[in-house]
Write a protein that binds this ligand. Structure first.
Ligand code: SAM
Length: 237
């Protein structure tokens, strides 16, 4: 197929984090658009497209065949990192899922990460949990991007394997909430995202305070986060 692959801006940003000649697994690949886009642009790149559901797995196979990329992209049916062998890939992409699901895929497939040098994660929610998991498992956060698409803001986290002699950056809880690199970049999208989150959190706290049984611990936790958001928003003005 000669037609261009119409990749979303979100996945284009994910693709930009991959090195030239990548040998990667895209877990939860759906239509396999990301591996097809990368492998069409980069002659030496190769990929495994992993899918747990038969429908998206078949869609992925169809796309790969249509673009005549079957020699570079292997589409595999299976849960999370079960589709890869130890040492088979150097990079892992997990995009477009909730943070808790990304964490459980990584946790359940920990034994496959020994030779993986880079993880690119794009959680739809709870990016903080993913950052914490990566740091706790020897992956250093090295960069982040924020992309807006159809009214949603998506955080993309790039992490690389920490070798014994490299310094471990220890981020504060506040930095982990915003994303240390996103906090440093403070783009206009960043302020728009956190303006939206600030309004949402204010509403949630008000509702929690009106509940018959108040969860004081949760209220305190949310109020602390809200105060960080206000601080960051004020710094930007
Ligand atoms: N990665 C693509 C993207 O970012 O646009 C597709 C995202 S789609 C919302 C999530 C995909 O992950 C679905 O196709 C789903 O079947 C797949 N998925 C969910 N859990 C999975 C798991 N444990 N292992 C592999 N794939 C999974």
């Amino acid at each position: 197929m000669s037609q261009k692959i119409n990749l979303s801006n979100r996945l284009k940003k994910v693709a930009l984090f991959l090195p030239k000649g990548a040998n990667f697994a895209d877990i939860g690949s759906d239509h396999a658009y990301l591996p097809c886009y990368v492998c069409r642009q980069d002659r030496v790149a190769k990929a495994i497209a992993g899918e747990v559901n038969v429908g998206p797995f078949n869609s992925a196979k169809t796309t790969v065949q249509a673009y005549q990329l079957s020699d570079k992209i292997d589409v595999r049916l299976g849960d999370g990192l079960q589709v890869i062998e130890k040492g088979e890939v150097k990079q892992i992409v997990i995009a477009g899922m909730g943070g808790p699901l990304i964490q459980s895929i990584l946790e359940n497939g920990k034994d496959k990460l020994q030779h993986v040098e880079q993880i690119i994660a794009q959680p739809n929610v709870d990016a903080r949990g993913v950052r914490k998991w990566l740091m706790a498992h020897n992956f250093q956060l090295t960069d982040e991007e924020l992309v807006e698409e159809n009214g949603h803001f998506y955080e993309i986290i790039n992490a690389t394997k920490r070798h014994d002699n490299s310094l471990l950056n220890r981020w504060t809880e506040k930095e982990l909430l915003f994303g240390p690199f996103l906090l440093a970049k403070q783009t206009s999208d960043f302020y728009r995202k956190w303006q939206h989150e600030m309004e949402k959190m204010t509403r949630v706290i008000n509702q929690m305070k009106q509940a018959t049984i108040r969860d004081e611990k949760k209220i305190t936790e949310f109020e602390r986060e809200l105060s960080w958001i206000k601080e960051v928003m004020n710094d930007g003005n």
